[in-house]
Design a binder for this molecule. Structure first.
Ligand code: NAP
Length: 259
């Protein structure tokens, strides 16, 4: 088999047992990377990794980790380094929503969302950059969201996703000198379990909700996980070596003010 875009690269994607994370791990594997499928549940992470390894004939390992817990993240990074031989790429994708209007939002809804998105990205990045700095090579991609621009019922999620944009820019300034690129992708509506859950919470059938949302998107359809995966892979490739500290929206149109 010839050289592929990510041959020899070791890639960690958090929250990759399903959804956008899974599609991203698959896309890297398709282009030759060894991938670590990191997710809360050991069995689903292992099952996804096994399917990826079989489909793309590359190394894929499933690792259980709660990205919001320091000990769990440190152990995960150590295991990846041992099993894959190092870390070249980190995609901070793990995410949760706990939507509610501010007057109904519980402390736990705020803390959980901040913990997974912000503390999670911080802990994973701090652990991964040790390997990247040592080897003078690395790529980090954070998954933000169009919700960063404001979204009713999502003050916690919106704040976390906007926070990840500042995190991206500051890290790019700190880590650039070690040949580490840090960028963010901000998806719009992508059809995953997360958005199917949102549809049901708002009292819609997922298919009807998808059609309704598609009408508001310039390109005329909702996104699929691979739309995000393609962009993440480009930003983590050497072709994008001079792109650093950027937030790229993948939302089927320019972002305009809503509401
Ligand atoms: P998803 O289908 O819900 O997948 C999220 C994954 O993250 C799940 O496998 C989940 O595991 C895992 N996860 C949750 N908490 C975790 C933790 N503490 N540690 C490790 N893994 C954890 O969501 P998705 O739609 O693919 O979203 C992926 C990312 O894209 C998220 O950051 C999300 O905010 C962002 N995003 C999504 C959209 C969209 O329209 N779908 C738009 C913009 C941005 P469990 O299954 O065990 O909970």
């Amino acid at each position: 088999m010839g050289e592929k875009r990510f041959s020899g690269r070791r890639v960690v994607v958090t929250g990759s047992a399903r959804g956008i994370g899974r599609a991203t791990a698959e896309r890297f594997a398709e282009d030759g990377a060894a991938v670590a499928v990191v997710d809360l549940d050991a069995a689903t992470a292992a099952a996804t990794a096994a399917e990826i390894a079989a489909t793309y004939e590359t190394q894929a390992v499933g690792i259980a980790c709660d990205v919001s817990v320091r000990e769990s993240v440190e152990a995960m990074a150590e295991e990846v380094a041992q099993r894959l031989g190092g870390i070249d790429v980190l995609v901070n994708n793990a995410g949760v929503t706990r939507d509610n209007l501010i007057h109904k939002m519980e402390d736990e809804d705020w803390d959980l969302v901040m913990g997974v998105h912000l503390r999670g990205a911080f802990l994973c990045t701090r652990a991964a950059q040790r390997h990247m700095v040592r080897q003078n090579y690395g790529k980090i991609c954070n998954i933000s969201s169009t919700s960063a621009l404001g979204n009713r019922g999502q003050v916690n999620y919106s704040t976390a996703k906007a926070g990840l944009q500042g995190f991206t820019r500051s890290l790019a300034l700190e880590l650039g000198r070690f040949n580490i690129n840090v960028n963010a992708v901000a998806p719009g509506f992508i059809d995953t379990e997360m958005t199917q859950l949102t549809a049901r919470r708002l009292g819609h059938e997922p298919e009807a909700y998808r059609q309704m949302r598609a009408k508001t998107i310039a390109i005329g359809r909702v996104g699929v996980p691979r739309d995000v995966a393609n962009l993440v892979c480009f930003l983590c490739s050497d072709e994008a070596g001079f792109v650093n500290g950027q937030v790229v929206y993948a939302s089927g149109g320019p972002e305009t003010r809503r509401g």
